[in-house]
Design a protein around this ligand. Structure first.
Ligand code: PLP
Length: 380
Protein backbone atom coordinates (compact mmCIF):
# COMPACT_ATOMS: atom_id res chain seq x y z
CA UNK A 1 0.00 0.00 0.00
CA UNK A 2 1.31 3.44 -0.89
CA UNK A 3 1.88 6.22 1.63
CA UNK A 4 -1.21 8.31 0.76
CA UNK A 5 -3.46 5.24 0.89
CA UNK A 6 -2.07 4.26 4.29
CA UNK A 7 -2.47 7.85 5.53
CA UNK A 8 -6.17 7.81 4.62
CA UNK A 9 -7.05 4.28 5.72
CA UNK A 10 -4.74 3.05 8.52
CA UNK A 11 -6.62 3.28 11.82
CA UNK A 12 -9.61 4.79 10.00
CA UNK A 13 -12.05 1.89 10.04
CA UNK A 14 -15.70 2.98 9.65
CA UNK A 15 -17.30 3.31 13.10
CA UNK A 16 -18.65 -0.13 14.17
CA UNK A 17 -21.90 1.25 15.66
CA UNK A 18 -23.04 3.68 12.94
CA UNK A 19 -20.77 3.16 9.95
CA UNK A 20 -19.55 6.77 10.14
CA UNK A 21 -16.61 6.91 7.70
CA UNK A 22 -14.80 9.38 9.91
CA UNK A 23 -13.65 8.08 13.29
CA UNK A 24 -15.86 9.88 15.85
CA UNK A 25 -14.54 12.01 18.70
CA UNK A 26 -15.17 9.69 21.65
CA UNK A 27 -15.59 12.48 24.19
CA UNK A 28 -16.07 10.28 27.22
CA UNK A 29 -14.19 9.66 30.44
CA UNK A 30 -15.45 6.14 31.06
CA UNK A 31 -17.27 3.18 29.47
CA UNK A 32 -20.22 1.10 30.64
CA UNK A 33 -19.22 -2.45 31.52
CA UNK A 34 -21.46 -5.49 30.90
CA UNK A 35 -20.54 -7.19 34.17
CA UNK A 36 -17.62 -7.68 36.49
CA UNK A 37 -14.53 -8.05 34.30
CA UNK A 38 -16.69 -7.97 31.15
CA UNK A 39 -16.20 -4.91 28.93
CA UNK A 40 -15.50 -4.01 25.30
CA UNK A 41 -11.78 -3.38 25.81
CA UNK A 42 -12.37 0.10 27.15
CA UNK A 43 -12.51 0.83 30.89
CA UNK A 44 -11.29 4.37 31.52
CA UNK A 45 -10.29 7.08 29.03
CA UNK A 46 -6.79 7.81 30.33
CA UNK A 47 -6.02 4.17 29.57
CA UNK A 48 -7.93 3.65 26.30
CA UNK A 49 -9.79 5.92 23.89
CA UNK A 50 -10.91 4.83 20.41
CA UNK A 51 -10.11 8.19 18.76
CA UNK A 52 -6.64 8.24 20.25
CA UNK A 53 -6.14 4.59 19.35
CA UNK A 54 -7.02 5.41 15.72
CA UNK A 55 -4.40 8.18 15.43
CA UNK A 56 -1.81 5.99 17.16
CA UNK A 57 -2.38 3.21 14.64
CA UNK A 58 -2.41 5.67 11.77
CA UNK A 59 0.94 7.32 12.51
CA UNK A 60 2.59 4.04 13.50
CA UNK A 61 1.65 2.73 10.02
CA UNK A 62 3.04 5.85 8.34
CA UNK A 63 6.40 5.37 10.05
CA UNK A 64 6.39 1.62 9.36
CA UNK A 65 6.14 0.84 13.10
CA UNK A 66 4.07 -1.69 15.02
CA UNK A 67 3.19 0.44 18.05
CA UNK A 68 2.26 4.08 18.61
CA UNK A 69 1.40 6.16 21.70
CA UNK A 70 -0.01 9.69 21.52
CA UNK A 71 0.72 12.37 24.10
CA UNK A 72 -0.50 15.83 25.05
CA UNK A 73 2.46 17.55 23.37
CA UNK A 74 5.71 16.79 21.61
CA UNK A 75 7.52 17.48 24.88
CA UNK A 76 5.25 15.04 26.76
CA UNK A 77 6.07 12.41 24.10
CA UNK A 78 9.81 13.03 24.50
CA UNK A 79 9.56 13.05 28.31
CA UNK A 80 7.69 9.73 28.27
CA UNK A 81 10.28 8.25 25.89
CA UNK A 82 13.03 9.21 28.34
CA UNK A 83 11.22 7.13 30.99
CA UNK A 84 12.87 4.17 29.27
CA UNK A 85 16.06 5.45 30.93
CA UNK A 86 16.84 4.98 34.62
CA UNK A 87 18.96 6.91 37.09
CA UNK A 88 22.63 6.16 36.52
CA UNK A 89 22.23 5.68 32.77
CA UNK A 90 23.66 7.90 30.06
CA UNK A 91 22.08 9.48 26.98
CA UNK A 92 23.88 11.04 24.00
CA UNK A 93 21.96 13.91 22.38
CA UNK A 94 22.38 16.04 19.24
CA UNK A 95 23.81 19.34 20.51
CA UNK A 96 21.65 21.28 18.08
CA UNK A 97 18.38 19.78 19.27
CA UNK A 98 15.06 21.62 19.67
CA UNK A 99 15.35 24.17 22.51
CA UNK A 100 12.57 22.56 24.55
CA UNK A 101 14.30 19.18 24.37
CA UNK A 102 17.58 20.72 25.54
CA UNK A 103 15.72 22.40 28.41
CA UNK A 104 13.89 19.19 29.44
CA UNK A 105 17.09 17.13 29.42
CA UNK A 106 19.50 19.63 30.99
CA UNK A 107 17.22 21.39 33.49
CA UNK A 108 14.65 18.73 34.46
CA UNK A 109 15.73 15.14 33.78
CA UNK A 110 19.36 15.78 34.76
CA UNK A 111 18.01 16.29 38.32
CA UNK A 112 16.89 12.66 38.41
CA UNK A 113 20.27 11.03 37.93
CA UNK A 114 20.19 10.70 34.14
CA UNK A 115 23.45 11.74 32.54
CA UNK A 116 23.45 13.61 29.21
CA UNK A 117 26.22 14.32 26.70
CA UNK A 118 25.41 16.87 24.01
CA UNK A 119 27.53 16.20 20.93
CA UNK A 120 27.62 17.20 17.28
CA UNK A 121 25.96 14.11 15.81
CA UNK A 122 26.46 15.33 12.21
CA UNK A 123 29.82 13.56 12.58
CA UNK A 124 29.00 10.00 13.67
CA UNK A 125 32.50 9.57 15.13
CA UNK A 126 31.53 12.07 17.86
CA UNK A 127 28.79 9.64 18.91
CA UNK A 128 31.30 6.81 18.99
CA UNK A 129 33.66 8.89 21.15
CA UNK A 130 30.87 9.81 23.59
CA UNK A 131 29.73 6.22 24.23
CA UNK A 132 30.21 5.08 27.81
CA UNK A 133 29.65 1.86 29.69
CA UNK A 134 26.22 3.13 30.83
CA UNK A 135 25.01 4.65 27.52
CA UNK A 136 21.49 3.40 26.87
CA UNK A 137 20.12 5.91 24.36
CA UNK A 138 21.23 8.14 21.50
CA UNK A 139 18.71 10.89 20.81
CA UNK A 140 19.04 12.67 17.47
CA UNK A 141 17.14 15.22 15.49
CA UNK A 142 17.67 15.55 11.75
CA UNK A 143 17.59 17.98 10.09
CA UNK A 144 18.10 20.21 13.11
CA UNK A 145 16.35 23.37 14.05
CA UNK A 146 17.09 25.96 12.73
CA UNK A 147 20.39 25.52 10.87
CA UNK A 148 19.34 22.30 9.17
CA UNK A 149 22.26 20.06 10.04
CA UNK A 150 21.83 16.43 8.99
CA UNK A 151 22.75 13.32 11.00
CA UNK A 152 23.51 10.02 9.27
CA UNK A 153 20.86 7.80 10.86
CA UNK A 154 22.34 4.54 9.61
CA UNK A 155 25.86 5.32 10.85
CA UNK A 156 24.63 6.48 14.27
CA UNK A 157 22.34 3.45 14.63
CA UNK A 158 25.18 1.05 13.90
CA UNK A 159 27.42 2.69 16.52
CA UNK A 160 24.65 2.86 19.15
CA UNK A 161 23.54 -0.75 18.66
CA UNK A 162 27.10 -2.00 19.03
CA UNK A 163 27.06 -0.37 22.46
CA UNK A 164 23.62 -1.77 23.34
CA UNK A 165 21.91 1.64 23.18
CA UNK A 166 18.59 2.50 21.54
CA UNK A 167 18.37 5.25 18.93
CA UNK A 168 15.57 7.78 19.10
CA UNK A 169 14.95 10.21 16.23
CA UNK A 170 12.83 13.35 16.50
CA UNK A 171 11.34 13.34 12.99
CA UNK A 172 9.18 16.45 13.41
CA UNK A 173 10.89 18.52 10.69
CA UNK A 174 10.50 15.90 7.96
CA UNK A 175 7.32 13.96 8.79
CA UNK A 176 7.21 10.28 7.77
CA UNK A 177 6.42 11.35 4.20
CA UNK A 178 9.92 12.76 3.72
CA UNK A 179 11.92 10.57 6.09
CA UNK A 180 11.34 7.19 7.73
CA UNK A 181 14.04 6.75 10.37
CA UNK A 182 13.12 3.13 11.25
CA UNK A 183 14.31 2.11 7.77
CA UNK A 184 17.82 3.22 8.74
CA UNK A 185 17.95 1.23 11.97
CA UNK A 186 16.48 3.83 14.34
CA UNK A 187 14.48 2.18 17.16
CA UNK A 188 12.04 4.88 18.23
CA UNK A 189 10.60 7.87 16.36
CA UNK A 190 9.06 10.84 18.17
CA UNK A 191 7.07 13.72 16.70
CA UNK A 192 5.54 16.93 17.78
CA UNK A 193 2.23 16.37 15.95
CA UNK A 194 1.69 20.11 16.51
CA UNK A 195 3.73 20.65 13.33
CA UNK A 196 3.41 18.84 9.97
CA UNK A 197 1.36 15.84 11.12
CA UNK A 198 -1.57 17.95 12.25
CA UNK A 199 -0.50 20.59 9.77
CA UNK A 200 -3.06 23.30 10.44
CA UNK A 201 -1.65 25.16 13.47
CA UNK A 202 -4.70 24.30 15.57
CA UNK A 203 -3.59 21.52 17.92
CA UNK A 204 -0.70 20.67 20.25
CA UNK A 205 0.29 17.01 20.51
CA UNK A 206 3.01 14.39 20.30
CA UNK A 207 3.52 10.76 19.35
CA UNK A 208 6.06 7.97 19.89
CA UNK A 209 6.26 5.00 17.50
CA UNK A 210 8.46 1.92 17.76
CA UNK A 211 8.77 -1.80 17.00
CA UNK A 212 10.33 -3.30 20.12
CA UNK A 213 7.64 -5.08 22.11
CA UNK A 214 9.20 -4.63 25.56
CA UNK A 215 9.87 -0.92 25.11
CA UNK A 216 6.34 -0.53 23.70
CA UNK A 217 4.84 -2.22 26.74
CA UNK A 218 6.75 0.13 29.02
CA UNK A 219 5.69 3.21 27.01
CA UNK A 220 2.06 2.15 27.22
CA UNK A 221 2.52 1.64 30.96
CA UNK A 222 4.07 5.14 31.24
CA UNK A 223 1.30 6.67 29.10
CA UNK A 224 -1.28 5.28 31.52
CA UNK A 225 0.73 5.82 34.71
CA UNK A 226 1.83 9.40 34.03
CA UNK A 227 -1.27 10.26 32.01
CA UNK A 228 0.07 12.89 29.59
CA UNK A 229 -2.41 11.66 26.96
CA UNK A 230 -3.64 13.31 23.76
CA UNK A 231 -7.26 14.42 24.11
CA UNK A 232 -10.01 12.89 21.92
CA UNK A 233 -10.55 16.16 20.03
CA UNK A 234 -6.83 16.67 19.37
CA UNK A 235 -6.54 13.02 18.32
CA UNK A 236 -9.33 13.64 15.83
CA UNK A 237 -7.66 16.79 14.49
CA UNK A 238 -4.35 15.00 13.94
CA UNK A 239 -6.15 12.08 12.30
CA UNK A 240 -7.75 14.56 9.93
CA UNK A 241 -4.38 16.21 9.35
CA UNK A 242 -2.52 13.06 8.33
CA UNK A 243 -5.09 12.23 5.62
CA UNK A 244 -3.61 15.05 3.52
CA UNK A 245 -0.02 14.64 4.67
CA UNK A 246 1.25 13.34 1.32
CA UNK A 247 -0.13 16.20 -0.78
CA UNK A 248 0.77 18.81 1.81
CA UNK A 249 4.38 17.61 2.12
CA UNK A 250 4.76 17.50 -1.67
CA UNK A 251 3.81 21.16 -1.80
CA UNK A 252 5.84 22.20 1.30
CA UNK A 253 8.82 20.52 -0.36
CA UNK A 254 8.29 22.11 -3.79
CA UNK A 255 7.69 25.58 -2.34
CA UNK A 256 10.57 25.18 0.12
CA UNK A 257 12.92 24.50 -2.78
CA UNK A 258 11.65 27.55 -4.69
CA UNK A 259 11.93 29.88 -1.68
CA UNK A 260 15.44 28.55 -0.89
CA UNK A 261 16.55 29.06 -4.50
CA UNK A 262 15.22 32.64 -4.43
CA UNK A 263 16.95 33.42 -1.12
CA UNK A 264 20.26 31.92 -2.19
CA UNK A 265 20.48 34.38 -5.09
CA UNK A 266 19.33 37.43 -3.11
CA UNK A 267 22.07 40.05 -2.51
CA UNK A 268 20.85 40.74 1.06
CA UNK A 269 21.09 37.08 2.07
CA UNK A 270 24.56 36.23 3.40
CA UNK A 271 24.04 32.55 4.11
CA UNK A 272 21.36 30.00 3.37
CA UNK A 273 20.62 26.87 5.41
CA UNK A 274 18.67 24.36 3.32
CA UNK A 275 19.70 20.72 2.75
CA UNK A 276 18.14 20.86 -0.72
CA UNK A 277 20.73 23.37 -1.86
CA UNK A 278 23.86 21.87 -3.48
CA UNK A 279 25.83 24.38 -1.38
CA UNK A 280 24.70 22.61 1.83
CA UNK A 281 27.66 20.57 3.05
CA UNK A 282 25.44 17.54 3.69
CA UNK A 283 23.33 17.77 0.57
CA UNK A 284 24.31 14.26 -0.57
CA UNK A 285 23.46 12.68 2.79
CA UNK A 286 20.12 14.51 2.89
CA UNK A 287 19.37 13.24 -0.64
CA UNK A 288 20.16 9.69 0.39
CA UNK A 289 18.20 9.73 3.65
CA UNK A 290 15.22 11.94 2.78
CA UNK A 291 12.62 11.73 0.06
CA UNK A 292 12.70 15.54 -0.21
CA UNK A 293 13.99 18.56 1.67
CA UNK A 294 10.79 20.00 3.11
CA UNK A 295 9.60 23.49 3.89
CA UNK A 296 12.04 24.63 6.57
CA UNK A 297 14.51 27.26 5.37
CA UNK A 298 16.85 29.47 7.40
CA UNK A 299 18.93 32.38 6.17
CA UNK A 300 21.27 34.98 7.62
CA UNK A 301 20.86 38.66 6.82
CA UNK A 302 23.90 39.77 8.80
CA UNK A 303 22.52 41.66 11.82
CA UNK A 304 19.69 41.97 14.31
CA UNK A 305 18.64 45.24 12.65
CA UNK A 306 18.37 43.58 9.24
CA UNK A 307 16.50 40.59 10.66
CA UNK A 308 14.06 42.94 12.44
CA UNK A 309 13.40 44.75 9.20
CA UNK A 310 12.53 41.54 7.38
CA UNK A 311 10.38 40.22 10.26
CA UNK A 312 8.47 43.49 10.60
CA UNK A 313 7.95 44.15 6.89
CA UNK A 314 6.53 40.80 5.80
CA UNK A 315 2.79 40.75 5.05
CA UNK A 316 2.01 37.26 3.73
CA UNK A 317 4.39 35.55 6.16
CA UNK A 318 3.31 35.66 9.82
CA UNK A 319 5.81 36.40 12.60
CA UNK A 320 5.30 33.49 14.98
CA UNK A 321 6.95 30.48 16.59
CA UNK A 322 6.09 26.96 15.44
CA UNK A 323 6.12 25.43 11.97
CA UNK A 324 4.53 22.92 9.67
CA UNK A 325 1.16 24.60 9.19
CA UNK A 326 -0.60 25.74 6.03
CA UNK A 327 0.42 29.35 6.63
CA UNK A 328 3.99 30.56 6.15
CA UNK A 329 5.54 31.39 9.53
CA UNK A 330 8.69 33.44 9.96
CA UNK A 331 10.69 33.64 13.18
CA UNK A 332 13.89 34.82 14.83
CA UNK A 333 15.54 31.82 16.54
CA UNK A 334 18.05 33.80 18.65
CA UNK A 335 15.31 35.66 20.55
CA UNK A 336 12.40 33.25 20.11
CA UNK A 337 12.81 29.46 19.88
CA UNK A 338 16.48 29.40 20.96
CA UNK A 339 16.46 32.13 23.60
CA UNK A 340 17.13 29.53 26.32
CA UNK A 341 20.25 28.22 24.53
CA UNK A 342 23.53 29.62 25.90
CA UNK A 343 24.87 32.54 23.78
CA UNK A 344 28.21 30.80 23.13
CA UNK A 345 26.37 27.64 22.00
CA UNK A 346 24.16 29.73 19.71
CA UNK A 347 27.25 31.33 18.21
CA UNK A 348 28.92 27.98 17.59
CA UNK A 349 25.78 26.55 15.96
CA UNK A 350 25.37 29.54 13.66
CA UNK A 351 22.24 30.83 15.42
CA UNK A 352 23.31 34.45 14.99
CA UNK A 353 21.29 37.62 15.57
CA UNK A 354 20.87 37.89 11.80
CA UNK A 355 19.36 34.43 11.37
CA UNK A 356 15.77 34.20 10.17
CA UNK A 357 13.79 30.95 9.90
CA UNK A 358 10.83 30.30 7.62
CA UNK A 359 8.33 27.49 7.66
CA UNK A 360 7.19 27.69 4.06
CA UNK A 361 3.43 27.21 3.96
CA UNK A 362 0.94 26.31 1.27
CA UNK A 363 0.09 29.78 -0.09
CA UNK A 364 0.95 30.42 -3.76
CA UNK A 365 4.73 30.32 -3.74
CA UNK A 366 4.96 33.42 -5.94
CA UNK A 367 3.18 35.39 -3.20
CA UNK A 368 5.58 34.10 -0.55
CA UNK A 369 8.61 34.99 -2.65
CA UNK A 370 7.25 38.45 -3.56
CA UNK A 371 6.61 39.11 0.14
CA UNK A 372 10.16 38.13 1.12
CA UNK A 373 11.54 40.16 -1.78
CA UNK A 374 9.79 43.36 -0.71
CA UNK A 375 10.77 42.82 2.95
CA UNK A 376 14.43 42.17 2.06
CA UNK A 377 14.31 45.27 -0.14
CA UNK A 378 13.60 47.39 2.95
CA UNK A 379 16.98 46.51 4.47
CA UNK A 380 19.05 49.73 4.49
C1 PLP B 1 7.85 21.73 18.41
C2 PLP B 1 8.89 20.70 18.53
C3 PLP B 1 8.98 19.87 19.66
C4 PLP B 1 8.07 20.06 20.86
O1 PLP B 1 6.74 19.79 20.55
P1 PLP B 1 5.47 20.48 21.30
O2 PLP B 1 4.32 19.89 20.60
O3 PLP B 1 5.62 21.96 21.11
O4 PLP B 1 5.58 20.12 22.73
C5 PLP B 1 9.96 18.90 19.68
N1 PLP B 1 10.81 18.75 18.66
C6 PLP B 1 10.78 19.53 17.57
C7 PLP B 1 11.75 19.29 16.47
C8 PLP B 1 9.82 20.54 17.47
O5 PLP B 1 9.80 21.30 16.37
Amino acid sequence: MGFATTAIHAGNEPDPTTGAVTVPIYQTSTYAQDGLGRHKGYEYARTQNPTRHAVEQNIAALEGARFGYAFASGMAAIDSTLRLIKAGEHVIVSDNTYGGTFRLFSRVLANYGIEFSFVDTTDASNVEAAIKENTRMVFVETPTNPVMMVTDLQAVSTIAHRAGARVVCDNTFMSPYLQRPLEFGVDIVVHSTTKYLNGHSDSVGGIVVLNDERDAEWLQFIQNSVGAILSPFDSWLVLRGTKTLAVRMEQHDASGRSVAAFLEEHPKVQKLYYPGSVSHRQHDLAKRQQRGFGGMVAFDVGSLANASTVLEQVRVCTLAESLGGVETLISHPATMTHASVLPETRERLGITDGLVRISVGLEDVDDIIADLDQALGKIA
